[in-house]
Write a protein that binds this ligand. Structure first.
Ligand code: BGC
Length: 724
């Protein structure tokens, strides 16, 4: 035991170590722990930053050059630069408290997984967890202790560029995916050399940015907030997420960086969250911009008293907190609480035991073959086959031999856009192209390509082909932070290209690589098969080729409703019930459009076909703590071994407040051989059948519920049960 520094004794509990360290810290050292500064491995430290690190007056570094790092080119991580920085904190500062290194490792590191929205389409938390574990292993090997993911913002607007980072429109799906990332990143202990700390963001409501405009105000009602937006955060707190990041948005008149009721009240007190709350980039200073803080002191007071422990991009806390304490506007106990949360996080991450990076590790870990394999499986399982008329897909390489197949379009030979918008450490050169992979996997096919910048070239090649595969999509820079769009359509020229190809009358396969559920009227009109392949990561080219050739089945189901037009937004499956007008035979929601979406939440075809028996519901226990067993038998009625996703939806017929027309309560991926049937069972408990009522409290009401286990959110709610 180190008697001079008892907190270094790893045999003691984290609470004891934390208390021991806190007891010897000066106010300046305490405040230092609450400050995060940006660090670039190439630029290094300024003289002022060096002094502050050496005197314990900075606690964490964000390894990024700007708040928009995701959309640009990031400076690669360097072990020697990070070790040199850490050495100053550990060896030169009085107490030797290590710095916590954070980075936006959102959906990949050197191996790039599909964007999170695509991962949600897998409806496969186990696979998502495996992917997150690969990402954590690579990032930690390069010195990242803390990732600012997962993003669990509920979102109903595909115009918003940041939907790529989240898991769609359903709170249960978001929660299951988010928990999987927490398990994958943190494992049993984030101190392990292949794990890192997770961060649930953005708390909260950011996904409701008005008009899909990033950073805009949000207007969630209390009812929607409690029943839809907050449950994923509650689930991740229970799953042990180490940190939570507050969001940029204003929520009904209160900017989230000042929202004491939600941060200190709901998150810390009601949910019992004991981890670290970090602001978003410069967001406390933004309180001046929002017009709720009169000056810098006031902004810091609002943010700190609201419950934000660490300031991302140290700007206000260092000067303001001592002044606020002196003026009795901040409590000393609040300071100790915030510092304890930072220290606890550092102990949890094992930084006191192992502050440095082993430079030998990364070369053995980055782009390991099992990581690439997981990225490919995730990409295959995330692809949503939207339509497949006359079973045009998969292409059988034997029967197609000798036929001319045109593989054209802006994505046929693209690399970088597959990587998605939030990937700092993936290299475009590592991404595979669709054409190369088709050639490699099916050398017997007569593939014809064109100059994909020239539409006349593409049309000429298509004109002499027997079958056309057109690869369209949007660049990753049309997605991500501060990159929203106002019109839900493919980038200029691509609709026209698909229409012109359609006019040739050849069998047409449309492969769409987009960061959102983007409708294409031309693909809807002309595509024999339409495959939504998202921004599928570094292995996307191979995964797409394998799916086209039938070496793998497309496994994805839409995690968000696909609208027909921009004007339908917001359109989501779990909406409240409309009033009497809907029952009128003459009523139409729009005079100029359908009111149904193009494709429903949960939709996705495979290469086989499945049938679901009638759902049964058996009451095992009644109120106040109900338990209902819901089951179905699923049969593979096709010719191919494949998995499908059994989705369980429930509707509460009469409640104290209006409730959604249906809500996803559980899901499971079932693998079936041709002709095989399997039972699928879900047990629904109180927390799944209840809701927050008009006074905000959670309740489960007596009465009738309808339920179905089916293939998508259009499955008729055919069975009912009574809660008594
Ligand atoms: C984003 C966060 C991100 C942070 C650090 C902000 O602009 O909203 O999601 O983690 O920057 O890069």
């Amino acid at each position: 035991m180190n008697t001079a520094r008892p907190w270094l004794d790893s045999a003691s509990s984290i609470e004891t170590r934390c208390a021991g360290l806190l007891a010897v810290m000066t106010p300046a050292e305490k405040i230092g722990q609450l400050l995060q500064f940006p660090f670039s491995c190439s630029a290094g430290l300024t003289t002022d930053e060096r002094t502050r690190v050496a005197t314990g007056r900075l606690g964490s570094a964000i390894l990024a050059e700007s708040a928009w790092a995701g959309g640009g080119t990031a400076i690669p991580l360097q072990a020697d630069a990070l070790n040199a920085l850490q050495r100053i904190a550990v060896e030169e500062s009085r107490l030797g408290i290590p710095l916590l290194f954070g980075r936006d490792v959102i959906h990949g590191h050197a191996t790039v997984m599909p964007i999170p929205l695509a991962q949600a389409a897998t409806f496969d938390p186990d696979l998502i967890e495996t992917g997150a574990a690969c990402v954590a292993r690579e990032a930690r090997a390069q010195g990242v202790h803390w990732s600012f993911a997962p993003m669990i913002d509920l979102c109903r607007d595909p115009r918003w560029g940041r939907i790529i980072e989240g898991y769609g429109e359903d709170p249960v799906l978001i929660a299951r995916c988010g928990e999987a990332v927490v398990r994958g990143f943190q494992g049993d202990s984030p101190a392990a050399p292949d794990r890192m700390l997770a961060c649930a963001k953005h708390f909260c409501g950011y996904g409701g940015s008005e008009g899909g405009r990033d950073y805009d105000a949000t207007e969630w009602t209390d009812n929607t907030l409690r029943n839809m937006v907050l449950p994923p955060f509650s689930a991740l707190v229970k799953a042990g997420v180490a940190s939570v990041m507050t969001s940029f948005n204003d929520l009904g008149g209160i900017p989230m960086s000042a929202h004491r009721t939600l941060i200190d009240g709901w998150l810390k007190r009601e949910q019992g969250f004991r981890g670290l709350v970090v602001s978003d980039w410069g967001a406390i200073t933004d309180l001046l911009e929002s017009g709720v803080a009169a000056d810098r002191l006031h902004a810091a007071e609002l943010g700190f008293n609201a419950g934000i422990d660490m300031e991302m991009i140290a700007d206000l806390y260092e000067d303001a907190i001592p002044a606020l304490i002196a003026a009795d506007r901040v409590d000393v106990a609040r300071l100790d609480d915030a510092v304890s949360r930072v220290l606890r996080t550092k102990f949890r991450a094992g930084l006191f035991e192992q502050p440095y990076i082993d430079p030998e590790l990364a070369p053995r870990v980055l782009r390991r073959s099992d990581h690439l394999e997981t990225a490919r499986r995730l990409a295959e399982q995330s692809m949503v086959l939207l339509t497949n008329r006359d079973s045009l897909l998969p292409l059988d390489a034997t029967t197609r031999a000798g036929q001319r197949i045109a593989v054209i379009g802006p994505f046929a030979e693209a690399r970088k856009p597959h990587l998605g918008a939030w990937c700092l450490d993936g290299r475009a050169a590592d991404a595979k192209t669709i054409v190369d992979e088709l050639r490699r996997l099916a050398p017997a096919l007569d593939l014809r390509t064109a100059d994909n910048t020239l539409t006349d070239d593409m049309l000429a090649v298509a004109g002499i082909a027997d079958l056309v595969i057109v690869c369209v999509g949007e660049s990753s820079i049309r997605t991500g932070e501060a990159h929203s769009i106002s019109q839900l359509r493919l980038p200029p020229g691509q609709e026209e290209l698909i229409d012109s190809l359609g006019a040739l009358g050849k069998p047409l396969v449309v492969v769409q690589c987009s960061g959102r559920p983007l409708p294409s009227p031309a693909a809807q009109r002309h595509a024999g098969a339409w495959l939504l392949a998202w921004h599928g990561g570094s292995e996307s080219g191979e995964a797409i080729a394998r799916v086209l050739l039938g070496l793998a089945s497309p496994g994805g189901r839409l995690p968000m409703t696909m609208p027909r037009t921009t004007g339908q937004i917001p359109i989501y499956y779990n909406h409240k019930r409309p009033g009497k007008l809907r029952q009128s035979p003459h009523y139409r929601a729009y005079q100029d459009s359908h009111d149904t979406p193009l494709f429903a939440f949960g939709h996705g075809l495979g290469y086989s076909s499945f049938s679901f028996s009638k759902t049964t519901a058996v009451m095992r226990r009644g109120l106040p703590d109900p338990e209902i067993e819901v089951s179905v038998s699923v049969t593979n009625t096709g010719l191919r071994a494949e998995s499908t996703v059994a989705q369980c939806y429930v509707r509460d017929l009469v409640a104290e407040t209006s409730r959604p027309v249906r809500e996803l309560k559980a899901f499971s991926r079932v693998m079936l051989a041709p002709g095989e049937s399997k039972p699928v069972k879900f047990t629904l408990r109180a927390e799944e059948l209840g809701y927050h009522g008009s006074d905000g409290t959670f309740r489960v009401d007596a009465g009738e519920f309808c339920v179905v286990i089916g293939a998508d959110s259009n499955a008729p709610l055919e069975t009912s049960f009574l809660l008594a």
